[in-house]
Design a protein around this ligand. Structure first.
Ligand SMILES: Cc1ncc(COP(=O)(O)O)c(C=O)c1O
Length: 356
């Protein structure tokens, strides 16, 4: 580095400054202070070796936050006092240079919670498991797969049972097909049930942005919009549609698929039946689940459902692409009916907006 700096003027590159980073997640004031002393000394040496004055020196980050049982909060005042003393000590050497420290988790980790919902509870080989709708793909660092050699549990709570005294030993896992998908391993927590909320603290840094969200996950925009209220969904899609209508169309398709029709209420299925021809149903239902076929037929008269069954029989072998095209048409009809207020899609919080 020093050799390089001696000849730096010869290169067609402008050096703005130096970036010195010596570690992350440090909770010991004395080791951070030692690192800062070495960093300042190195910064002064580099500056002296530089053919012109650098504009900026980045002193790195590394201030930690407590994650695990027994960890103590960093004594940030002592670190701050030492940094002040160092800036005074090196004032002459580093005069006029902007000094930067780049804190990541220290600023934001404690501001974020990760929440996922319990989908299933089961006992396997003596261990009680809570299976959630989120895990490793949303929060890789909590799962331990962000480089932890020995996995430790982040602080975790059952958010809707904070005051409950009745506890049990549970392992909380995510929905992915890998044993690495762990949210909490053998933790004593309030006895939870399906539908409860598991919350992981200290999740504002190295959470979603440091996680492989597409790994066995669902396309994120559609997944998020599916659980937001309808007013927000409409606002987001309308605004996005001004710039990119094709993208909005694609998102809408991901948000509601043909099979989701079985989640509609009977009244809404009947509205839909009035707008879709029997021959369209016959084709579309060829490629659908028994549950959806039953749901549609149960909302028809017995005569109409007999005719539909016959039509499906007559069709014989059909091309999948033809089936999917008709299914998409029916999904578009669902959307049209929803837009005109004749049907309510499932999945939202059901809150309606009213105007006087
Ligand atoms: C170059 C660099 N700067 C800053 C950080 C942030 O560190 P932390 O989040 O521990 O403050 C990292 C983390 O590894 C890093 O590599």
């Amino acid at each position: 580095m020093f050799e390089l700096l001696a000849n730096f003027s010869a290169y067609a590159v402008k050096l703005r400054g130096f970036h010195i980073f010596c570690g992350s997640q440090n909770l010991k004031a004395e080791s951070l202070i030692e690192a800062h002393q070495l960093t300042f000394a190195l910064a002064a040496k580099l500056t002296a070796a530089c053919p012109y004055k650098p504009e900026v020196i980045n002193l790195g980050g590394g201030l930690g936050i407590p994650y695990f049982a027994g960890e103590k909060r960093l004594d940030v005042a002592t670190v701050g006092a030492s940094l002040t003393a160092l800036t005074e000590q090196y004032q002459a050497e580093l005069d006029g240079i902007e000094l930067v420290i780049e804190l990541g988790r220290f600023l934001v980790a404690e501001a974020g919670l990760y929440a996922c919902k319990v989908l299933d509870k089961k006992v396997s080989r003596g261990t009680t498991y809570l299976v959630c709708n989120g895990g490793l793909h949303h929060h890789l660092s909590n799962s331990g797969n962000f480089g932890q050699v020995i996995r430790k549990n982040y602080p975790v709570a059952i958010a809707n049972r904070m005051a409950q005294k009745d506890t049990e030993l549970v392992t909380i896992v995510g929905p992915l097909c890998t044993p690495l998908d762990i949210v909490a391993d053998r933790m004593e927590l309030p006895k939870a049930e399906v539908g409860d909320w598991v919350v992981v603290y200290q999740s504002g840094a190295y959470g979603a942005t440091a996680s492989p969200q597409d790994f066995l996950g669902h396309p994120a925009v559609a997944e998020i919009l599916n659980v937001t209220d309808r007013a927000t969904e409409r606002m987001v899609l309308e605004n996005l549609g001004k710039d990119n209508p094709e993208l909005v169309e694609e998102i809408r398709r991901l948000m509601f698929v043909f099979e989701d029709i079985q989640k509609l209420g009977d009244k809404d299925i009947q509205s839909l039946l009035k707008n879709v021809e029997t021959n369209q149903w016959a084709m579309a239902l060829k490629g659908s689940s028994n549950a959806l076929q039953e749901k549609i037929m149960k909302n028809m008269s017995s005569r109409a459902s007999e005719i539909l069954k016959e039509e499906m029989g007559f069709l014989g072998k059909v091309k999948l692409s033809d089936v999917e095209a008709i299914q998409q048409k029916i999904v578009d009809i669902v959307r049209g009916l929803e837009e005109s207020g004749q049907l309510q899609r499932p999945g939202s919080d059901g809150e309606e907006e009213f105007v006087a």
